[in-house]
Design a protein around this ligand. Structure first.
Ligand SMILES: C[S@@+](CC[C@H](N)C(=O)[O-])C[C@H]1O[C@@H](n2cnc3c(N)ncnc32)[C@H](O)[C@@H]1O
Length: 192
């Protein structure tokens, strides 16, 4: 069943699902060479899930993982909830990602944080979550430069974020510029 209007095609006994790069920054990053998705995962903490477009593809990629999908806005959350009713590995959480202590009891030991939140303090939100969940060793962080500062050059905002991550014990393994699909957005692959 389609989640956001994507198409399906059968190839022999296999059903293939379209992943629309314009709709998912992770798909754009993969098309641009990102190969950093871990081979296996126990739990994933996904911050800024919206209606679940990218979450649904991660749910296909990691059928045996538990994906905790946090979204603060009620309207996209109601669609995320309907998606989770059809998928046994998605656990929707209606809350503000600035307060990990409010949802941490749902998770056992997440391995990875995926964050895609357009807030001015998005790096701080990530740090609060990373500090809260010691088990997390790896992260995929979508930096939305203009949400942090629309008057500064995106490249400068990116450089400052790299300095902040590295100063907090994170190694920046890779940075992928997501333009033109998502201008001034960068996928950052982090490890600690
Ligand atoms: C760009 S959309 C995410 C798209 C989604 N990651 C995808 O690829 O399908 C950003 C989402 O972050 C949510 N958001 C913004 N601030 C948040 C916060 N403090 N806590 C949780 N979600 C937040 C917004 O409501 C919005 O739905």
């Amino acid at each position: 069943m389609p989640v956001y209007g994507e198409t399906f095609r059968r190839s022999g006994s296999r059903l293939m699902r379209e992943w629309v790069a314009r709709r998912s920054k992770l798909a754009t990053a993969i098309l641009k060479g990102f190969r950093g998705l871990p081979a296996g995962l126990g739990e994933m903490l996904y911050l800024g899930a919206s209606t679940g477009t990218t979450v649904s593809h991660l749910s296909d990629i990691y059928p045996r993982s538990r994906i905790f999908a946090v979204e603060v806005a009620l309207e996209p959350f109601s669609r995320l909830l309907r998606l989770a009713e059809r998928r046994s590995n998605i656990y929707p959480v209606l809350d503000d990602a600035s307060f990990p202590e409010r949802y941490s009891f749902f998770l056992e030991a997440p391995d990875l944080i995926y964050q895609d939140i357009s807030q001015r303090n998005q790096v701080q939100i990530f740090m609060w979550n990373a500090d809260h969940f010691d088990s997390v060793r790896e992260a995929i962080f979508i930096l939305k430069a203009t949400s942090i500062n629309s008057r500064e050059k995106p490249q400068r905002v990116l450089e400052r974020a790299i300095t902040e991550f590295e100063g907090s014990g994170w190694k920046v393994l890779n940075v992928i510029d997501l333009s033109p699909n998502a201008r001034n957005n960068y996928l950052m692959h982090l490890r600690r």
